[in-house]
Design a protein around this ligand. Structure first.
Ligand SMILES: Nc1ncnc2c1ncn2[C@@H]1O[C@H](COP(=O)(O)OP(=O)(O)O)[C@@H](O)[C@H]1O
Ligand SMILES: [Mg+2]
Length: 255
């Protein structure tokens, strides 16, 4: 079954067609990547999938439901969780607190329960604390929970974002250029974490500019250029696809 199904999605901003009739399926359990040069329309596509704005036309189905045009909070409650192209951490909170902020989808309780702290709530707090430690270990940030998030090196802030996203127990995790600005070692650490996230059973949709990362981790790749899907296939096919080579080599930046 497709976890995510994108059909004929088009997005216009005035006269600009940022996404032009894009279709693809992300199967349950897959690690799927969307690549394309800067300005190709990758983030726009993410914004429509995650409910940041609606497509001009076309549809998005997630986990069996039509989520086209649904608001972001509804989409994320359904288990579709994203990270952003620019790091979006709570800078004044600790590393652990940033992860805890990710649990809102899977926890219950309001102001009253916070005051009276019934048994289930204390159990829930213990669960969150344990789970936070486990997630920090998972991304390689064990022992850093009490640091201010802002003090982490950039590559580790990226990993922290992944840990926070995992706290929400996503069915589908959307990562928007997670390797942007990372050095070679940081990119390798991130690639390893992304692969292990997928091995935990989380379907991953990765948008990336870094071809090396994509070729290493993705099982299937769609390529977009000037808003259009120009190719889709396994990494080996994509690597040698003439239109892909033209888009990357003919553009202003090297792959
Ligand atoms: N909210 C917006 N309003 C107007 N134009 C936008 C908006 N978001 C993106 N665009 C335009 O759509 C095109 C695709 O952008 P984007 O999806 O960010 O590309 P990518 O993520 O592949 O670099 C660009 O020309 C960009 O300027
Ligand atoms: Mg982008």
């Amino acid at each position: 079954m497709a976890m995510l199904s994108i059909r004929n999605v088009t997005k216009r901003f005035g006269g600009l067609v940022a996404n032009d009739n894009i279709s693809f399926d992300v199967e349950q359990g897959a690690l799927f990547a969307v690549i394309g040069p800067n300005g190709a329309g990758k983030t726009t596509l993410f914004n429509m999938i995650s409910g940041f704005f609606a497509p001009t036309s076309g549809s998005v189905h997630f986990d069996g439901a039509d989520i086209t045009g649904r608001p972001q909070y509804q989409v994320s409650e359904g288990g579709l969780v994203r990270t952003y192209q620019l790091v979006q951490l709570f800078k004044d909170l600790t590393v652990a607190q940033n992860v805890m902020a990710g649990f809102h989808r899977v926890t219950r309780g309001g102001v009253a329960s916070a005051l009276f702290r019934p048994g289930w709530m204390r159990a829930q707090e213990k669960h969150i604390a344990d789970k936070t430690g486990e997630l920090l270990d998972f991304v390689g940030l064990g022992g850093r929970g009490d640091m201010l998030a802002d003090k982490l090196p950039y590559g580790q802030q990226r990993l922290l974002e992944v840990a926070r996203a995992l706290a929400a127990e996503p069915k589908l995790l959307l990562l928007d250029e997670p390797a942007a600005g990372l050095n070679v070692q940081e990119t390798a650490a991130l690639a390893d974490v992304i692969e292990r996230v997928n091995q935990r059973g989380v379907t991953v949709l990765l948008v990336e500019h870094d071809m090396g990362l994509v070729m290493r981790v993705a099982q299937r790749i769609a390529v977009i250029d000037f808003g259009r899907k120009i190719a889709e296939g396994a990494p080996a096919e994509i690597k040698t696809h003439p239109d892909v080579l033209a888009a990357y080599l003919g553009g202003t930046e090297a792959a």
